[in-house]
Design a protein around this ligand. Structure first.
Ligand SMILES: Nc1ncnc2c1ncn2[C@@H]1O[C@H](COP(=O)(O)OP(=O)(O)O)[C@@H](O)[C@H]1O
Ligand SMILES: [Mg+2]
Length: 438
């Protein structure tokens, strides 16, 4: 069942990213070369007006605020404040837009005023998000009944609703990724991993301890240790031949191991057969995608659900895949072999998701793709995470993978040699010189 608070929280995280981005842009104003990027600011203001004001706020007011107000007076003051802030937002944003327009003509005159207005807006937004998360959500969890949650969650699950629907979220994810792509390098992509709840909040799903594996006398894995927590996007980066594929195959159970332990959801699966692991919810998207070329997109997706017999929910999941990857919907009757490499990669991921895996293993999804398509694939992976999927991503493209990862590892000749959050590794000197070419 859709968890409405989870969706609102994930929207909050996107908004928080925006405030971090706005704040960085604010600091650059007035510096040499600091003329505001009108297009980027324009996109951000569009996002605020179109998504936050048109969708997010009305949704909160109609559902969450209303339900809490109906049940208790405890939150009255707080909600009145939230509603006031929602109501004030359009005027503040209009003012920012006007100032931005004026700056376009008179820069740097007016920079200080614009910076101050931006800062006030950022603070207001952050205060609002924090207060909702820290005070309103706990109150709602305490006060609202099962019936309330059913109603709220059902509204969110209606995928065609203009406020709650998946199609709306898809539309605005696209807008968000345009913003991220438009932003200058250090501000843009790196931000995607910001503002995640602390790792401890997620239980460990996959744990690999000191794993080794051989091809005859060649040792391909030499004591690999990694951990993937529920709902996280964890990346493993390393050069060609480092042992990435071998590790994924060992996790799937198709590669023999010669030492160490693999646990999944608390269960030791070191000696489980591959099919048992699939049934537990581990699904690997192999290197080079391997979709069934002669079959249609739709049939490929259907094949992904072969372990399931619940027809209705298979149909539902297929719709969800089409919402997540609109291009697949456009081409659903086409033979998979006629799709571009990037589209085949999306199909391979969607097909894997049709089996409702608990853990998705991705082996170099960006391999062999043109830069523009790589961006598209990584946007798709980001959206997997936004849908609450747990993903273990293996990549040679360290820059892209680390930019979106919650946690990450570096593997060298069969050993995990570094670990940290994605953003930590992005600025790590050793990673920079060995993998990022900086
Ligand atoms: N089938 C195989 N037989 C022998 N050696 C292999 C085989 N597959 C991979 N290897 C070796 O194992 C090491 C790790 O390979 P692999 O896991 O494919 O690396 P990556 O996916 O990181 O490129 C490499 O040195 C590779 O040569
Ligand atoms: Mg490989």
């Amino acid at each position: 069942m859709t968890d409405a608070l989870e969706i609102i929280s994930s929207e909050h995280r996107s908004m928080w990213q925006l405030t971090v981005m706005l704040d960085e842009l604010r600091k650059q104003l007035g510096k040499p070369g600091g003329r505001p990027d009108a297009e980027l600011f324009g996109l951000i203001l569009n996002y605020i007006e179109q998504y936050i004001e048109r969708v997010h706020q009305p949704k909160e007011e109609a559902l969450l605020y209303k339900a809490v107000l109906d049940r208790t007076s405890e939150g009255n003051d707080m909600i009145a404040e939230f509603q006031r802030e929602h109501a004030d937002s359009p005027e503040l944003v209009a003012r920012l837009r006007a100032q931005l327009e004026a700056l376009g003509h008179h820069y740097p005159e007016g920079v200080a005023e614009f910076q101050a207005a931006l800062e006030a807006y950022i603070l207001m937004m952050r205060h609002h998000i924090m207060k909702e998360e820290n005070e309103l959500f706990p109150l709602a969890r305490r006060i609202l009944t099962e019936v309330d949650w059913d109603q709220i969650n059902t509204a969110f699950a209606d995928s065609h609703d203009p406020l709650f629907g998946e199609s709306v979220r898809v539309e605005f994810r696209a807008l968000m990724s345009r913003i991220v792509n438009q932003a200058p390098e250090p501000i843009g992509f790196g931000l995607v991993a910001e503002m995640k709840p602390p790792a401890e909040a997620h239980p460990v799903l996959l744990s690999v301890e000191n794993l080794s594996s051989h091809y005859g006398r060649i040792q391909a894995l030499r004591g690999v240790t990694i951990e993937v927590r529920q709902g996280q996007l964890v990346a493993l980066v390393g050069a060609n031949g480092a042992g990435k594929t071998t590790l994924l195959r060992a996790i799937s159970g198709v590669q023999k191991t010669s030492g160490g332990k693999v646990s999944f959801a608390g269960q030791d699966i070191t000696h489980c057969r591959p099919d048992q692991r699939v049934r537990l919810g581990i699904c690997q998207v192999p290197e080079g995608r391997q979709v069934f070329g002669p079959l249609t997109v739709e049939d490929n997706l259907r094949l992904g659900a072969y372990t399931r017999c619940d027809k209705a929910s298979i149909k539902e999941d297929m719709e969800q895949m089409y919402a997540m990857f609109p291009i697949l919907k456009q081409k659903f009757k086409q033979a998979a072999g006629t799709l571009s490499g990037g589209q085949q990669q999306m199909l391979a991921m969607a097909r894997a998701l049709m089996g409702r895996p608990k853990l998705l293993l991705l082996d170099e999804p960006s391999m062999g793709l043109a830069p523009l398509l790589i961006q598209e694939i990584f946007n798709a992976i980001i959206s997997l995470r936004e849908h609450g999927k747990t993903v273990f991503l293996v990549e040679q493209n360290a820059q892209a993978a680390l930019s979106i990862a919650d946690q990450a590892y570096v593997i060298e000749t069969g050993e995990t040699v570094l670990s940290g959050t994605g953003s930590e590794l992005l600025v790590n000197e050793r990673v920079k010189s060995a993998y990022l070419g900086i």
